[in-house]
Design a protein around this ligand. Structure first.
Ligand code: NAP
Length: 541
């Protein structure tokens, strides 16, 4: 067993190796990167400081990055059309990429990817995306709103970066940190992140796959699905795992370690719901850990073994031998599939909810909380998620009240105690009847379920946290049977009724804990291995 000092030695070694790898990558850059920051000289805000620190750190490992700083009233600011402090402009001789704010938190990943792409001078877009971008005849001014605590944001921001590198003659990009410049977000009524606009038209709400982003940019309206026109790249595997949450990631570790060629496909952020859980306190081995930190640890582990196709969406599965899995980018011929598609947010289904989504109605306190600092909001729900999110919002300076439909919370006792200690009020026995507001949320109409009395509450934000619905559309499409609660029906080995198709995690219902999802992923993976050695469907036949 490794002692603590031994394991920290291993971590140091890992960090040194990662640094060496990064240095080598920078050495291979064919293009130097010119970074210019514009800021008010007297202003020493955290964003300006963060830019200096991050860039200094990169410049310590590479001489390929040049950095200059100018005042916002310098003539170069006018030349480059810069109006906000701080703004970082990237390789202005080649591209139009402006970063308003700084690469803090999750955006650190985006910034690293940006440097890689600009250093190589190649967008790295798939052939299909390049074709779509090639069809854009006129110019596009893209704005992507992001926040440092949003795990979905890097995917959307990188989509924008790739297109700006692909077609610098037509595509201009601004990445806008909503914490740094909330008033720009306000002007666009962008009250959730990520949100993408092109030529002032909203083209994306939430993270999109690269192909869907490009199609939305071409059409200047949000597209929902992209099906390749021609036969895309073909990959042969033993197992395709759909979903990169704890169940899918764990299954991937197990199948690869059993010698099975595996692909994990995740259309959004890795980690699923955990990625947006502010704090996790019941995962063994961690007294208290940020949801995203836990995901990063899981993913780093998984990447030692398994190939993860992130930002790619499974659009179709055809059962058979082999099973064919069509994604937005390629085709997999596989012997088995594990559906670890998890669950998606349950909606209230009340008037105003759909219309004002991203305009004050939010399903992710971690992502959108910063937009509501000092403002009145409600969290709807009485479970663990609602209470955890209310505590998170309160902690970041948001005025929050819980609205719950009963007179008792469903959340665990210690979370209820934390809620009381934090002085967060609860409106009991009440349901949201309507979310009010024309262009953004201005209030909610509540109804008391006992007295039938109605009241209007003035609020700017409504965080809906009323549980999840299993994501079963793909399963249904291929004829996988569901149980009476709408979850995937499976046997003790996680086999569904369709030969070769298995399930794991929240899509199966049950306790819906991170640790149970991981356990189910491991079980499904072991069942796949055993069945591939000795296929039950052939045995039964
Ligand atoms: P949940 O436990 O299913 O709770 C959903 C809450 O929303 C309930 O209080 C429910 O009210 C309410 N609700 C449902 N439909 C509603 C509607 N149409 N209008 C108003 N209220 C409605 O969901 P969750 O809190 O998202 O948690 C999901 C799973 O993840 C659970 O298994 C939970 O234990 C787990 N989780 C665990 C942790 C943790 O351990 N720290 C943290 C987060 C999540 P009723 O109470 O009246 O049914």
């Amino acid at each position: 067993m490794a002692r603590p000092s031994e394991s920290s030695g291993v971590q140091d070694q890992d960090a040194r190796q990662a640094l060496e790898k990064l240095k080598k990558t920078f050495e291979s850059f064919t293009h130097p990167i010119d970074l210019i920051m514009f800021a008010y000289p007297a202003e020493d805000n955290p964003f300006t400081q963060a830019n200096r620190q991050v860039i200094r750190a990169f410049r310590q490992i590479t001489d390929k990055i040049a950095f200059r700083e100018f005042s916002l009233d310098h003539e170069l600011a006018r030349k480059y059309n810069v109006a906000y402090s701080p703004t970082l402009i990237i390789a202005p001789d080649r591209y139009h990429i402006h970063w308003i704010g700084a690469p803090l938190g999750e955006e650190g990943r985006t910034f690293l990817e940006l440097l890689m792409l600009v250093g190589r001078g190649d967008s790295g877009l798939s052939q299909q995306s390049r074709t779509v971008i090639g069809r854009i005849a006129d110019s596009r001014d893209i704005k992507i709103f992001v926040s440092p605590s949003c795990p979905y944001c890097p995917q959307e921001a990188v989509n924008g970066i790739r297109t700006a590198i692909e077609a610098p003659d037509r595509i201009r990009l601004e990445i806008i940190d909503i914490q740094c410049q909330p008033e720009i977000a306000d002007r666009y009524q962008a009250q959730s992140v990520p949100q993408a606009f092109a030529n002032d038209v909203q083209i994306g709400l939430g993270a999109q796959s690269e192909e869907v982003f490009c199609a939305s940019l071409l059409k200047l309206e949000p597209q929902t699905i992209f099906i390749p026109e021609s036969d895309a790249e073909l990959v042969e595997t033993d197992v395709v795992i759909v979903g990169g949450g704890p169940a899918g990631i764990t299954a991937g570790i197990y199948t690869v370690r059993s010698g099975l060629k595996t692909a994990v496909i995740e259309r959004e952020a890795l980690g699923g719901q955990v990625a947006t859980t502010p704090v996790v306190e019941n995962y063994p081995g961690f007294t208290q850990v940020g949801g995203k930190t836990l995901v990063d640890i899981l993913v780093t582990h998984a990447l030692e073994y398994v190939q993860i196709f992130q930002g790619e969406e499974v659009v179709d599965i055809t059962a058979g031998d082999p099973i064919v899995v069509q994604t937005s980018r390629r085709k997999f011929k596989t012997r088995t599939v594990i559906l670890a598609t998890g669950a998606s947010h349950r909606h209230l289904g009340v008037p105003g909810e759909k219309r004002l989504a991203g305009r004050g109605v939010s399903y992710c306190a971690t992502c959108d909380g910063p937009l509501f600092r000092g403002r009145q909001t409600i969290v709807v729900g009485g479970g663990n998620s609602a209470v955890t999110e209310a505590l998170f919002l309160k902690n970041m300076g948001v005025e929050v009240t819980i609205v719950h439909r009963r007179d008792q919370l469903r959340a665990q006792e210690h979370l209820v105690k934390n809620l009381k200690d934090a002085g967060i009020p609860v409106i009991w026995d009440s349901e949201v009847e309507e979310i009010l507001g024309k262009e953004r949320v201005t209030g909610v109409r509540l109804i008391n379920r006992k007295t039938r009395k109605k009241r209007t509450l003035e609020v700017h934000g409504v965080f809906v946290s009323i549980g999840y619905l299993p994501t079963v559309s793909l399963a249904e499409k291929i004829g996988v049977a569901l149980n009476s609660d709408g979850y995937i029906a499976r046997d003790d080995h996680h086999r569904t009724n369709v030969p070769g198709i298995y399930s794991a995690g929240d899509v199966e219902g049950g306790y819906k804990q991170i640790v149970t999802a991981a356990g189910q992923g491991a079980e499904a993976a072991m069942a796949v291995f055993e069945d591939l050695v000795n296929p039950y469907w052939k045995r039964e036949a």
